[in-house]
Design a protein around this ligand. Structure first.
Ligand code: SF4
Length: 317
C-alpha cells in the first residue's frame, strides 16, 4: 500500500504559507529557463547553497545559454567549474548540454531523466521549474521532512518517491516549482538533522514528533528535552564508522585527483606538463608515489576530465 500523510492538504497550505515568508530566493528560481534550472540543480547536488549562489553567477556569465555551454570545450567548462568540487559534474553537464542542443529539450521529467548527465532529481527540478510539470524532486532535505511527517524515517527507494509523488497533489500540483522549493527549504532550515520542532508550522500533524512526545516514544533526535534545549550541541549517536580513525582528507586519492585537476586548470589553455612532474606539483606533507599518480591519471582520463598525449597531460579540448 502506498504511504500517505494524514492531513496533507493542511500541511501543504501551512508549508506554502511558511515559504511565502521565509523561502530562499535565487536567480534560477525566478526564471522559467530550463538551462538555468539544469545548471543550478547539477551544482546543488553536492555543494552548499551559499557556495552555489556565488559560483552559479560566474558559470552563467561564462556560458549564458545551453548553446554556449555545448559549444565550449570540456576543458573550458572544467576551468569555470573551479571551486565547486566534484569536477565530474562539469563533464556530465557539458554532455547534457550537447545532447539537448542536438535533440531539443524534453518537456517531462521521465524523458529529461534519460539524458546522460541528468538524473531523476535534476529532471524533476527542470520539469517543475521550467515546464510547470508536477514532478516531485527528492533530495536529502525532502527525505527528512517527508519521512518524519509520515512517521517512518527508514522509508527509501521507490516507496519514498511514491510518497513524494502522493504529496504533489492539490495546492502543490498547482505550483509544482514552489512546492519542491518549499520542501527543500524547510528540510534545510527547520526540519534539519536536529529539527527545530518548536518553530515548526506543521508539528501538530507530524507523526514522528507526535510519537516523540509520547511516553516511551523512541525518537532520540526528537526527544522533548533536546527539542526544547536548543543550546545543547546535538550529535547523532556515533556509528561504527565514526569510531574508526579517520584518514586525513589531504592524504586521500580524492584529494590528490582534485589537485591534479587544479594543477591542469592553472595552466594556460593548450599548455601541458609531464606526468613525471605531477608528484612534486601535487605534494603536500605527503609526496605520492609514481604508481599511485599513474592510477589517478588513468582514472581521470577514463572519466573525461583530462587528456594524455604520450607522457604529457592537459585538460580536454
Ligand atoms: S515537527 Fe519536527 S520533525 Fe516534524 S516536520 Fe516539524 S521540524 Fe520536522
Amino acid at each position: 500500500m502506498p504511504y500517505t500523510i494524514p492531513n496533507l492538504p493542511r500541511i501543504q497550505r501551512a508549508l506554502l504559507k511558511w515559504h511565502d515568508a521565509d523561502g530562499m530566493h535565487a536567480p534560477w528560481r525566478d526564471s522559467r529557463d530550463p538551462y538555468e534550472a539544469l545548471v543550478a540543480a547539477v551544482m546543488a547536488q553536492q555543494t552548499q547553497m551559499s557556495r552555489v549562489m556565488v559560483l552559479y553567477e560566474r558559470f552563467i556569465a561564462a556560458f549564458p545559454t545551453v548553446e554556449a555551454l555545448a559549444a565550449a570545450s570540456v576543458g573550458d567548462v572544467i576551468r569555470v567549474w573551479k571551486g565547486m568540487g566534484y569536477n565530474q559534474r562539469a563533464v556530465r553537464l557539458h554532455n547534457a548540454a550537447r545532447t539537448i542542443v542536438r535533440d531539443g529539450w524534453p518537456q517531462d521529467a521521465a524523458s529529461l531523466a534519460t539524458i546522460d548527465g541528468v538524473g531523476p532529481f535534476t529532471a524533476a527540478i527542470i520539469a517543475s521549474y521550467a515546464f510547470n510539470q508536477p514532478a516531485a524532486c527528492v533530495d536529502t532535505n525532502v527525505v527528512r521532512i517527508l519521512t518524519r511527517l509520515a512517521g517512518d524515517e527508514t522509508l527509501g527507494g521507490k516507496r519514498l518517491q511514491d510518497l513524494a509523488d502522493a504529496c504533489m497533489t492539490g495546492p502543490a500540483a498547482a505550483e509544482p516549482a514552489r512546492w519542491n522549493q518549499t520542501l527543500m527549504d524547510y528540510g534545510a532550515r527547520i526540519c534539519t538533522s536536529r529539527p527545530k520542532c518548536n518553530e515548526c508550522v506543521v508539528s501538530k500533524y507530524c507523526a514522528t514528533y507526535t510519537r516523540a512526545q509520547t511516553p516511551g516514544g523512541e525518537v532520540p533526535h526528537l526527544s522533548p528535552k533536546l527539542v526544547a534545549d536548543t543550546r545543547t550541541p546535538y550529535r547523532m549517536r556515533p556509528t561504527t564508522d565514526d569510531r574508526q580513525p579517520k584518514t586525513k582528507f589531504e592524504h586521500t586519492p580524492r584529494y590528490f585527483r582534485g589537485r591534479i585537476i587544479d594543477a591542469l586548470r592553472d595552466l594556460p589553455p593548450g599548455k601541458t606538463f609531464r606526468i613525471e612532474d605531477l608528484p612534486a606539483r601535487i605534494a603536500n606533507e605527503v609526496t605520492p608515489a609514481a604508481d599511485e599518480v599513474e592510477a589517478w591519471v588513468t582514472a581521470l582520463e577514463k572519466s573525461g576530465l583530462i587528456e594524455r598525449r604520450g607522457n604529457r597531460l592537459r585538460l580536454p579540448h
